[in-house]
Design a protein around this ligand. Sequence first.
Ligand code: ADP
Ligand code: MG
Length: 208
Amino acid sequence: MGEVEPERADDQAIAAAVEENKDLLTQLDSAIGDADHGTNMQRGFSAVTTALTGSEPETVGAVLVKTGTTLISSVGGASGPLYGGAFRAMGKALDTGEAGTERFAEALAAGLQSIQKLGAATPGDKTIVDAYTPALAAFRLAADAGGDFAAAAAAAADAAEEGMRATTPMQARKGRASYLGARSVGHQDPGATSTALIFRALSETAPR
Ligand code: ADP
Ligand code: MG
């Protein structure tokens, strides 16, 4: 067996997690959206797997940029451009400067910034941002405390899941679910759920 490149393992882990949870994501989206978040994510990440098979870029940054570009071109829903832009921004941030946990924190911050610039959501709007914001904060806290990548990624995954669960009582103020007004209350947000899955996949494949 050859050595597994961590960034490649991450792509595959995300694709596998999305595949495994496709029905859950679609079920959540059927309650407050149009029942396509699972299929959107599955289509996007299987296209990423195809795009990276055979012509894998050399740097982690380039892999992430390609991941983002592929998501933008293959996903029709709101989540495609939002996640796609985030992966592209992370990739660009990783292509400059030194590698390492601090640098990855900066890349994660660039990803969140991209999502908020495009979608204008803030914490409490019942979106991806509600899982991503606490995940980034936890990653930073762990990294600043001297934790290694695996520790920071594990803390981020826990925080993302907590943020995901916290979307249930929220009323959606962005995206399709916002059309429901008060009827969006009492349902877990699909996008916050896929964000938590992505952070968990990152944590599970983190080099230790
Ligand atoms: P669509 O809403 O176009 O059908 P998806 O179903 O794939 O797209 O994705 C829905 C998810 O996208 C929502 O659950 C929410 O988390 C996220 N989302 C929607 N609009 C925004 C936004 N403006 N900012 C951040 N996330 C958003
Ligand atoms: Mg949808």
